[in-house]
Design a binder for this molecule. Structure first.
Ligand code: ZN
Length: 101
């Protein structure tokens, strides 16, 4: 069993789990109900986690997760040359024309 994804948002974790399972991979959640139970443990330890049942599914699951991250991260980006904030639809910085890294 291997962990393929974790996020503090149970909503995102559930979403990602659904997408991985749609690819035919058996997964299960850990820490699903531990939110709010944080006390002595650090908050990070309580993040819900997605694990794959079969280690052989790990690479495939990671690839699926990576593809979801790409669509989720269609977000504003920061130019690494001039530090200006750019809209996700821009491929080059509107201010200095530097390409998105
Ligand atoms: Zn720039």
């Amino acid at each position: 069993m291997k962990m393929v994804y974790t996020n503090e948002s149970l909503f995102l974790v559930n979403n990602t789990k659904n997408i991985i399972e749609a690819a035919g991979i058996v997964t299960f959640l850990k820490n699903e109900f531990s939110q709010g139970a944080a006390g002595e443990i650090s908050a990070f330890d309580c993040w819900p986690e997605i694990w794959v049942q079969q280690d052989s599914d790990y690479e495939k699951a990671i690839a699926v997760v990576a593809s979801t991250q790409k669509s989720i991260s269609m977000d504003d980006w920061i130019c690494n040359k001039c530090c200006e904030k750019n809209d996700a639809s821009f491929e080059i910085c509107w201010q200095c024309q530097h390409e998105q890294a």
